[in-house]
Ligand binder design. Sequence first.
Ligand SMILES: Nc1ncnc2c1ncn2[C@@H]1O[C@H](COP(=O)(O)OP(=O)(O)OP(=O)(O)O)[C@@H](O)[C@H]1O
Length: 299
Amino acid sequence: MAIVELDRLTKRYGKRRGIEGLSFSIEEGEIFGFIGPNGAGKSTTIRILLNLIHPTAGSASVFGKDVVRQSREIRRETGYLPSEVHYYDDMKAVDLLRYSAGFYGKLDENRMRRLAERLDLDLSRKIADLSFGNRKKVGIIQALLHRPRLLILDEPTGGLDPLMQHAFFDLLKEEQERGATIFFSSHILSEVQRMCGRVAIIRDGRLVRVESVSRLVRGSYKTVELTFAAESRPEPVRESELPGIIRQDISGNIMTLLYNGNIRDLLDYARQLPLSDIRIGEPSLEEIFMHEYKTDEGA
Ligand SMILES: Nc1ncnc2c1ncn2[C@@H]1O[C@H](COP(=O)(O)OP(=O)(O)OP(=O)(O)O)[C@@H](O)[C@H]1O
């Protein structure tokens, strides 16, 4: 069953574009990435799902319920971590969590304490005295505390140091294991690559593509690093010589290609070159993403 479903979802801010005709769905139990640069429309999409703003056209549903008409029911089973958390500064973290848990029924004190321990957060501190990263932890606990069916995370790792990111990702995996679905918005590709099964790529308010991370990374793209023997210098390759070169870069005696052509053609071509080494590998999501953006320019 689709947990989140967008159907030609559109939001305009007056004449300004927010998002335009987004359609995709997220299945139960997925960790689904939502990636795009700043201003692409990620927060706009999320805010519509939470009924914080209304769509201009199209529709969206969560758990099969309409996000505008049935938002209260949706919210009860959803955990949301906003990109920036604003709280009543004067409250202690523990009181804030108790207070917000009240919206979802009975507070599970044990779960709250366990989550705080895992994230190394002192619950007795006042919000005002917490660093940005520690406030983020309060937000994470708040989002997870009531064991939501759907977790919506908007740029969740900002402010967390690498150790805490690790602890946080472990928590998310556990949430997934208990059956939760996770919508993970980010512009950090490495974390999306690490956490998510599928991703939607969004740019300028429009969907570029939806793809499984493994296919995006493995796909037909290769990175090829050709090291030329000393004394020889690489010359740029022409498209007619070797079709399928997406990008090439020459630095000293090393030539790096992003390539999606036929691997035999590549090897035939490489055989004629005065090489001392060759490496063929999988590009990072980052490299593919850059390419997606490049080829779409001016479209
Ligand atoms: N309240 C608003 N009024 C006018 N335009 C807005 C408003 N909110 C967002 N926009 C515009 O909508 C577009 C999408 O913004 P949005 O915040 O959804 O992007 P984002 O992908 O979440 O980026 P970021 O990572 O910076 O939050 C941007 O062009 C932005 O300027």
